[in-house]
Write a protein that binds this ligand. Structure first.
Ligand code: PLP
Length: 402
């Protein structure tokens, strides 16, 4: 039984699970234990306290590997997905650069070509953009439709044209659209293209089979699956050439050196173990709550638009637009009662329209009136009812003023 998180103390209804999740108290208790009792350095080989930390780390490695269908040897712990993404992309580019500056090109090109979808997270977009600006890669983009679904024909053509890395996320962090990762991986494999999947929003919510689907690299993050912030993993297929981002004590095969964050890693492992056990029950229950909230809002707010692929989205995702009501006006009124967002956590506060909604080609008023609501396993039926009535009355009050 998962215990409720204590965020109720903040007297706010938390519906921003795509930004972060409260840690499961079973995870938090284990982390505390590994900070205060079994606090050893996993690389201290001269005493039993180090052995305990090492054993805990190995256990966590198995739990992470099990959840994504990988081998324990494939798991490299990181500080989260931003680092995992940078390691995957920069590590690939640095490795190619080391291999040979002139011999690696396809069709005589000298720079690696990287393909990304237009709705990737900023960690992917900005990493690639910097590499492009530095003149180190050529960047190819693959477009999406108005529901953020990827154009598979364009993806295949891109792979056929010769690329060195394909980056497509498993599920979108704004509109929740789920991507056909097994299919995409098969296309990439048929053209011998390494495939990096940012699965940050998908792991622990939908099944992922790293090994069976032939994925090359996959990033995940503990704080999206009821684990702690600041820890994650990059899953790396055996034999894939990757250069580290930094150098040091040689931990984790030298790919990510530095003293291991044992409490965080144990927390990530426990979060993964619990997701594996509980995901199949939790996710349909979350989807049912999301559907009820959606039905309330659709019924009471004329003109409300649901964004994303409603037939294939994350269970907890509800991305709406009220085209004649600016999202900033809603947020300003509800921010102390209701935790929802205008976009991804990293871009909120920045006055630029969401690149995801722009890539989907949504009209300006739909973008300006958009709100991301995201549910997780601690959201209660009462909270859903209350959130619906807060949103309905807020929109109606704003409409009266406009
Ligand atoms: N990728 C996606 C799809 C995300 O949603 C996020 C977090 O919002 C990240 C990457 C970055 O993850 P982290 O916070 O672990 O660095």
């Amino acid at each position: 039984m998962s215990k409720r998180a204590n965020y109720k103390l903040l007297k706010s209804i938390y519906l921003d699970y795509h930004a972060t999740t409260p840690a499961d108290s079973r995870v938090a208790n284990l982390i505390l234990h590994y900070m205060t009792e079994e606090f050893g350095n996993a690389n201290s080989i001269d005493h039993a306290i180090g052995d305990h930390a090492e054993a805990a780390m190995q256990g966590a490695t198995r739990h992470v590997a099990n959840l994504v269908g990988a081998f324990p040897r494939d798991i490299i712990f990181t500080s989260g997905s931003t680092e995992g993404i940078n390691l995957a992309i920069q590590g690939t580019v640095n490795s190619l650069a080391l291999l040979s500056r002139f011999e690696r090109g396809i069709g005589g090109e000298s720079k690696p070509r990287i393909a990304i979808s237009t709705v990737e997270h900023k960690a992917v977009l900005d990493t690639c953009e910097v590499l492009r600006k530095q003149g180190r890669i050529d960047l190819v983009t693959i477009s999406v439709d108005s529901q953020a679904r990827i154009d598979l024909a364009q993806l295949e053509k891109t792979c056929a044209s010769g690329i060195h890395l394909l980056c497509v996320m498993a599920a979108n962090n704004e509109v929740g659209t789920i991507y056909p990762i097994e299919k995409i991986s098969a296309i990439a494999q048929s053209y011998n293209v390494p495939f990096f999947c940012d699965a940050t929003q998908a792991v622990g919510k939908i099944p992922i089979h790293f090994q069976d689907w032939g994925i090359t690299l996959l990033a995940l993050s503990a704080h999206k699956l009821y684990g702690p912030k600041g820890v994650g993993a990059l899953v790396v297929r055996k034999g894939y050439p990757l250069e580290p981002l930094f150098y040091g004590g040689g931990q984790q095969r030298g790919l990510r050196p530095g003293t291991l964050n044992v409490p965080g890693i144990v927390g990530l492992g426990e979060a993964c173990r619990l997701r594996q056990l509980e995901m199949a029950d939790d996710e349909p229950a979350i989807a049912a709550k999301r559907d009820r909230l959606q039905a309330h809002l659709v019924k009471a707010i004329p003109g409300l638009v649901i964004n994303g692929d409603t037939h294939n989205r994350l269970a907890g995702n509800l991305h709406i637009s009220v085209p004649d009501v600016p999202n900033s006006a809603v947020i300003a009124r509800v921010r102390h009662q209701l935790a929802i967002s205008t976009g991804s956590a990293c871009s909120s506060g920045v006055e630029t329209p969401s690149h995801v909604l722009t890539a989907m080609g949504l009209p300006e008023d739909v973008i300006e009136g958009s709100l991301r609501i995201s549910l997780g396993k601690f959201a209660t039926d009462d909270e859903i009812e209350e959130a619906a009535s807060i949103l309905i009355s807020t929109v109606s009050k704003i409409r009266e003023l406009l």
